[in-house]
Design a protein around this ligand. Structure first.
Ligand code: GAF
Length: 398
């Protein structure tokens, strides 16, 4: 049988070099600067962000890199290492971009809406965040773009600037790309930190970095990209969001954050009741998981992850056979816990595994996929890593 396929992150030096090379190739010129932003995995707290709830994501070591150059006119040209034809438009067209360039153009549009004097620019994208894998490649692209544009404008770095950047990413996603997502992915892309998970309260937007260093307990968080691809714009994600709104309305609360277990149990519609039950129990699990991390109770972290998966599979019904196979196999081979992560309907799963067991679990999942005739999965190491950043000292590579 084939060996497990590992998706290694780039170092920032590699990312910068690759983005600059693509920029030179597409624009025959040197960029002004390069910025990067990470993909993410969510440890727990799924489909809670748009319910004013809690979630606990972390930044991946895998990032998206953009090289950018200011233009003296109002033209915008967006190129990618993956595609031949760039997107070309004027500043006034930014809000009409479609497909992947919408994530870049949409952020430039949102920053302009927020009052920033974004000029015409040329931008080249590179990166190693797997696309369509539930690891927030879109938020990584939005936040790398926003970081680069704010650096061009010499906007000073602060928590407020980072939050404004996350908001621009969310508007780009909701209003230009047309995905009705919440704010978790963009927020962790700008506020995540090495060796930490980000406890995010999506009602107050309060954040707290919780120490997250599984290696200190002899463990590793393993991400498995099932390569069963998902789309957040195809209606299923939005359908869950609308169901949550209907459930909140049935109870008579503004959002499911305010719903109690008893109120949920009294919802008449059986399907709506299960959707709401997932959200309400998941918010409690996030709270408990943050406590378990604070006290180093890794077994409990694993149990909560597995309970989250059952809830997403049975109550929220957004898992799929590939995700269930990763979770079941990881658990059978000794994982402390495992769950699907991200929007669902494909994408990635995570497993909390003893470091010594990682090769065995990766091999077992690879074999199980081959036996089912599924495409080979990808494995990503996932130490919690750095948020969006400008890569300085560009002159060193000229
Ligand atoms: C996707 C969305 F973009 C997030 O906002 C969040 O809702 C997540 O799915 C589910 O927790 O990543």
């Amino acid at each position: 049988a084939a060996a497990p396929e590992w998706v290694r992150p780039w170092s920032d030096a590699e990312g910068r070099r690759t983005a600059v090379e693509t920029f030179r190739d597409r624009f025959d010129d040197e960029p002004d600067l390069v910025a990067a932003a990470p993909g993410r995995v969510n440890l727990i707290g799924e489909h809670t962000d748009y319910n004013d709830g809690l979630c606990l994501p972390l930044a991946l070591p895998h990032s998206t890199y953009v090289a950018v150059r200011r233009r003296d006119d109002d033209r915008v040209i967006i190129a990618s290492g993956l595609e031949d034809a760039p997107w070309t438009g004027r500043l006034e067209d930014l809000g009409t971009a479609r497909g992947w360039p919408a994530y870049v153009a949409g952020v430039a549009w949102a920053l302009r809406e927020a009052g920033h004097d974004v000029p015409g620019f040329e931008l080249a994208v590179e990166g190693v965040v797997p696309l369509g894998a539930g690891l927030s490649s879109s938020a990584a692209l939005e936040c790398a773009t926003g970081t680069a544009l704010l650096a061009l404008l010499e906007v000073e770095e602060s928590r407020e600037t980072r939050l404004a950047l996350a908001r621009a990413g969310i508007r780009a996603e909701n209003e230009v790309a047309g995905a009705a997502t919440g704010g978790m992915d963009q927020t962790v892309a700008v506020l995540g930190a090495p060796a930490s998970a980000l406890l995010l309260d999506c009602r107050s937007w309060a954040t707290e970095l919780i120490p997250f260093d599984p290696a200190s307990g002899g463990l590793e968080l393993l991400v498995v990209d099932t390569r069963a691809h998902h789309q957040l714009t195809d209606g299923a994600y939005e359908g869950r969001r609308r169901a949550c709104e209907r459930a909140a309305a049935a109870i008579g609360v503004d959002s499911l954050r305010d719903a109690t277990a008893d109120q949920v149990a009294a919802i008449e519609d059986e399907e709506l009741r299960r959707r709401a039950r997932h959200v309400v129990t998941e918010i409690d699990r996030v709270d408990e998981c943050a406590d378990a991390l604070r006290s180093g109770a890794w077994d409990r972290v694993g149990e909560l992850m597995s309970a989250s998966h059952v809830s997403l599979r049975d109550d929220f019904e957004i898992s799929c056979p590939e995700l269930d196979l990763v979770v079941d196999t990881a658990q059978a081979y000794g994982a402390l816990g495992a769950r699907m992560t991200g929007g669902g309907f494909g994408g990635s799963a995570i497993a909390l595994v003893r470091q010594d067991d990682v090769p065995t679990v990766a091999r077992a999942v690879t074999d199980a996929f081959a036996a089912e005739g599924y495409d080979a999965p990808g494995f990503l190491p996932a130490p919690a890593s750095a948020p969006a950043r400008v890569l300085s000292e560009l002159h060193l590579i000229r």
